[in-house]
Design a protein around this ligand. Sequence first.
Ligand code: TRP
Length: 334
Amino acid sequence: MKIALTGIKPTGTPHLGNYLGMIRPALNLARDYEAYYFIADYHAMTTVKDGAELRALSYDVAAVWLALGLDPARVTLYRQSDIPEVTELTWILACITPKGLMNRAHAYKASVDENRERDRDPDAGVNMGLFNYPILMAADILLPAANVVPVGADQRQHLEMTQDMAEAFNATYGPILTVPEAIIPDDVATIVGLDGRKMSKSYGNVIPIFDDPKQLRKTVMRIVTDSRPPDEPKNPEEDTIYQLYRHVAPPEAASSMAERYLAGGLGYGTAKGELYEALESTFGPARERYQEIVGDRAEIDRILAGGADRVRARAVPLLEKIRDAVGVCPLPAR
Ligand code: TRP
């Protein structure tokens, strides 16, 4: 079976857009691939500078995925920092990566452009972790020899850089690394937020999925609509409530809402109530599981350690080959 691998940056409570755009597709993909999903704690270090906070965020993201149905017997869930071989491969890849390629990386370039605009030193506020971010990401992917990498469109360039590094390595040292492919969902899958724009934390228009029922209802009531009365027929394709409802309600319920909008007689208040109910029945049980799991760090550690063992069983033999090919000594016994 082919290997699907992806990294999740630990950034706090998930919202509906994260769930529909990333978590649910990744869980579905695990039916057709041998799946390796990991918590990218080293990547988060480029921005999170507080140890206790990074640790808490890492446990949190593990608990979120477990609560939403990730089965650790079938999906290998692990923590990036449990695999020291990843940072070792990062150095090896750095030595075959042109600096000019890294200068063109979007995240780094955006910082440089902003600094220039503000008449600051181009590299002000840029740490080497941010600069090397794409190389660490390539090591994440290449070390377990992933075949496919499900990511958002914003990660396309990182995947192209990973392919470049794998090809450059193979051209220099022989065919050792597997060149991966990206799996990127098309843009029609964009999830709208409370105000009708793309759901995004930076727009402040998200629906957090693990809020308590009272808060969840309040959030749903904030969805922006026009002021047409209930009787007036409405186009569900242009309605934010329906656009969210159809992703979380059973198909028959979704088509019923669409029909009632078109026929006239369905008001926004009623539709919001139905959306709230659908969200609560989708996420209520997961929220309870989340609350249980997140408090049990020993259990999460046990699961992540099991995942790390499985990854290292793949990673260590490949790293031995790589060490041999580049001419450094074999791995010291651990
Ligand atoms: N950079 C990715 C993001 O910001 C997270 C990530 C780190 C990743 N390593 C990865 C994704 C390896 C896929 C594969 O979302």
